[in-house]
Design a protein around this ligand. Structure first.
Ligand SMILES: [Zn+2]
Ligand SMILES: [Zn+2]
Length: 299
């Protein structure tokens, strides 16, 4: 019997009721061919009402949306760690995020988001055609031009550093300036991630034009939006639960030198797991194999 609901709506209700686990619940194709993004259960759970969204969830939705809006080959989706280093990092950090293999001349824009004060997400949009950098704050708009101008300076320095280090000259001669775009403000303390995603989608939809973003930010709407985003992730997932391990999303356990891989299937949801990825010793494995075994999600 398959006890795990197959319908995405029911699946989501089921997943959100469970205590946070590290089980992979979605595998998303990324902009980079051959690369995937893993969304773990605890990350999907950050979309529950009043939770603060994790970077993985935001990044995942960016990649799904870029595909939907047909901007995958025009917009480079920059990882948010790298974006944070470019805007706020020191010299050493900067050089270790120099992306020598990326040729920005192949793109018309960069879209990303950054973490500020360890608890707040902002949208970063670099628009090459108008040489404009937008650092958009979901919580306020008074300081936005200053923030964007500071970001523009940092981005200029970043491309100069890439030239010095790797002799690459893409986007190095651009005189970047700061810009502002119209947008609504979040009405609660935890929905910055949701607003960032909504703004990113508006940017992709109107690309190459700069949008004047407007949408409802009420609590009721944010709650609904969180459900929509979670469903988008589950529906875009290419995870094959019958072939891959639900903990590492791979065929072979990471760093495994052992020739034998022990697999165990959950008797409730039918997901497969490497015994190794669950840190099961041989005794636990024997017991699980012979009896009725529930995975971390179903426990
Ligand atoms: Zn595994
Ligand atoms: Zn299970």
């Amino acid at each position: 019997m398959h006890l795990f609901p197959l319908n995405p709506d029911l699946q989501l209700t089921w997943l959100w009721k469970k205590k946070d686990t590290e089980v992979v619940v979605a595998v998303l194709p990324s902009q980079m061919k051959g690369r995937i993004l893993l969304i773990r259960h605890c990350e999907l759970c950050s979309l529950r009402p009043h939770q603060w969204l994790t970077g993985e969830v935001i990044e995942g939705v960016f990649h799904v949306a870029a595909d939907k809006f047909g901007v995958v080959n025009k917009m480079y989706l920059l990882n948010h760690y790298t974006a944070g280093v470019i805007l706020f990092g020191d010299r050493t950090q900067l050089t270790s995020h120099s992306l020598p293999k990326v040729n920005f001349d192949n793109y018309e824009a960069v879209l990303s988001f950054v973490l500020v004060n360890n608890n707040h997400w902002k949208l970063l949009y670099i628009h090459a055609k108008t040489s404009t950098v937008f650092l958009v704050d979901p919580a306020q708009s008074i300081k936005e031009l200053d923030d964007s101008e500071h970001a523009a300076k940092r981005i200029q320095e970043y491309f100069k550093m890439r030239r010095t280090r790797h002799s690459i000259t893409d986007w190095v001669d651009v005189k970047w300036k700061g810009g502002v775009m119209g947008h609504p403000l979040q009405k609660d303390g935890c929905s910055c991630g949701v607003v960032v995603v909504k703004m990113a989608k508006a940017v992709m939809e109107s690309f190459p034009l700069i949008p004047n973003v407007n949408f409802e930010c009420s609590k009721k709407y944010m709650k609904q939006e969180r459900i929509e985003l979670a469903l988008e992730i589950l529906e875009a997932s290419v995870l094959d639960e019958h072939t891959y391990c639900a903990m590492c999303a791979a065929l072979r356990p990471p760093g495994s030198g052992s020739p034998i891989t022990n697999w165990i299937q959950c008797d409730d949801c039918e997901r497969w797991y490497h015994a190794q990825c669950l840190a099961m010793d041989s005794r636990d494995f024997k017991k699980a194999e012979t009896g009725y075994w529930k995975c971390p999600l179903c426990k």
